[in-house]
Write a protein that binds this ligand. Structure first.
Ligand code: FAD
Length: 508
């Protein structure tokens, strides 16, 4: 066996992409070597969107954390939680969160992996009154990350609790802008009446109480394109159609028929998956509208142009009515990879018609974006770290040796946990391949003060990290306390809703 320098890897983030990468590497590397994987997470608790994105009524999806926790038992692994890497959002971090620059971390490592996700909401910033505009309406306008963060007990969003309670108590009719799975999750959480089931999950008790007491009667999911472009998956659609006491209001049968006929003529693989979803929608809900406690609907070809307030609350939304037009095929080049042609897409083009509708609450669910940490090469137009198959490249496309990216930060905010897993496995395999290939290939064209110290990394971790970070055994104590409180309340766990509470457990 050829001598190889031990790999000392810092992974930024502790969501599925970070854990699947870690798991694969630790499984494949011989346990006898001095390799190490250190995971840096800005929150004192791990698992990213599994804990704070996946809806509480999908506990099975969260089972992946069991295998993550097994991987964390490996003696080559350590978690450094409560450490936010980079100076990009220092001002917003909690006072207990340790702020460390990437350059300070990288001195200690031979390898870096950026797996820090894409959990910031994309905003309708050009829409007057929206969450992203300077004229944001004070009440009744939220982004998906705010609502999802709130119902999942994310400490970054709990300051919104009182405002959300206030708005949900008054709102009868809700608009969700966007027709993807996140929008569907939010709609389901707002219209479900199965509180007995929900009460046993990890939903924060005060969130459940709020949901039980809302005035909501109807939720619309609004898309800028047509029925054929809904971005739900079949499992989530089926679940929505079978919710007890909840009915979908009729869908435009004529438009549906037209899309079905066109799709059948096309007949490709993508269409077959889409057809399953459209058939589910077309079949209608199991609950009849006349017997429903709450209803929901889909609206198409509408783009908000203005959220209109009455006082400081939302009153109605003005929409542009769109038509579908076909884009020209486009060519894109990523790093040194060959150019790819993307097929023409159907675009929403506004007509001169508008539509006005009364709503009490609006939630913008039009996607997520990643952010640049320090000066990591970042493609701002795509909102991803510049990389070629998981190898991070500089702005000229040259490979930065021993630096990798995985998950939503690398590929953009699309894909379920399973696709994130495949991505991380493939990046892990690339790392293993490069490890055995001593010549690391191209050198970056610019000097980077945060490049890893490939030949002579400093021992251990930065002193402040060693002294203050939340290690895996600390997280286990938080975890045990949450589970114990959950048992007392007859549920899976009762999450701690503030960072202070988490540190209080550790101080005991
Ligand atoms: P994340 O899970 O976001 O993890 C990134 C981690 O990095 C976070 O813990 C974050 O705190 C940390 N971090 C960020 N910045 C820093 C920093 N500067 N320093 C240190 N740490 C940092 N998939 C399913 O299969 N089923 C579902 O039901 C499902 N529901 C979803 C619901 C929502 C609302 C969303 C948004 C996604 C859902 N997904 C679901 C998709 C799934 O969550 C993603 O595929 C997956 O979480 C992406 O993993 P990731 O590791 O790239 O990012």
């Amino acid at each position: 066996v050829l001598y190889r320098q031990p790999m000392k890897l810092a992974v930024l983030g502790s969501g599925p992409s970070a854990f699947y990468l870690t798991q694969r590497l630790l499984n494949q590397l011989p346990a006898t070597t001095n390799d190490a994987v250190h995971m840096y997470e800005r929150l004192p608790v791990p698992f990213g969107l599994v804990r704070y994105g996946v809806a509480p009524d999908h506990p099975d999806v969260k089972n992946c954390t069991n295998s993550f926790s097994r991987a964390a038992q490996d003696s080559r692994f350590e978690l450094y939680g409560g450490v936010s890497v980079g100076s990009h959002n220092a001002a917003q971090e909690h006072k207990r969160t340790l702020q460390v620059s990437l350059a300070d971390i990288s001195k200690h490592y031979t390898h870096l992996a950026f797996s820090y996700g894409a959990a910031n909401a994309t905003h309708l910033s050009s829409v007057h009154g929206s969450a992203g505009s300077p004229n944001r309406i004070q009440r009744g306008v939220y982004s998906a990350s705010e609502i999802v963060g709130w119902y999942n007990g994310h400490p970054d969003y709990m300051h919104l609790h009182d405002a959300i309670v206030n708005d949900l108590m008054k709102a009868r009719k809700v608009a969700i802008i966007g027709q993807g799975n996140v929008g569907l999750d939010i709609a389901r959480m707002l219209v479900t009446t199965d509180y007995t089931k929900l009460a046993k999950t990890d939903i924060p008790s005060k969130v459940l109480t709020t949901l039980q007491n809302t005035s909501i009667k109807h939720v619309d999911l609004i898309g800028r394109r047509g029925i054929g472009q809904v971005a739900f998956t079949a499992k989530e659609t089926r679940e929505m159609m079978h919710l007890p006491h909840v009915a979908m209001q009729g869908i435009d049968k004529h438009a549906m028929h037209e899309v079905m006929t066109q799709g059948d003529a096309q007949g490709d693989k993508e269409w077959r998956a889409k057809k399953r979803i459209l058939s589910l929608l077309s079949d209608g809900s199991t609950c009849k509208e006349t017997e429903a406690t709450r209803t929901w609907g889909l609206k198409f070809l509408l783009s908000p142009i203005e959220f209109v307030s009455e006082g400081d609350s939302l009153n109605k939304i003005n929409f542009a009515v769109n038509k579908l037009t076909q884009s020209a095929p486009s060519t894109s080049v990523i790093g040194s990879e060959p150019a790819t042609q993307s097929p023409p897409r159907l675009l929403a083009t506004p007509t001169d018609q508008t539509h006005e509708e009364q709503y009490d609450l609006v939630i913008e669910s039009i996607g997520y974006r990643s952010e640049q940490i320090d000066d990591i090469p970042f493609d701002a137009s795509k909102g991803v770290i510049r990389n070629s198959g998981g190898r991070v490249v500089d702005d000229e496309g040259a490979n930065i040796p021993n630096v990798y990216s995985t998950g939503w930060a690398s590929r953009g905010p699309v894909g379920v946990i399973a696709s994130t897993m495949y991505d991380s496995y493939s990046v892990a395999d690339t790392i293993l391949q490069d490890l055995h290939n001593d010549d690391d290939g191209a050198t970056p064209s610019t000097r980077l003060d945060w490049a890893p110290s490939i030949k002579s990394p400093q021992q251990g971790v930065p002193q402040s990290v060693q002294d203050y970070a939340v290690k895996w055994r600390d997280w286990e104590r938080i975890n045990e306390a949450e589970i114990a409180q959950g048992q007392a309340n007859g549920k899976i766990r009762e999450k701690m809703l503030t960072i202070d509470e988490m540190y209080e457990v550790l101080a005991r």
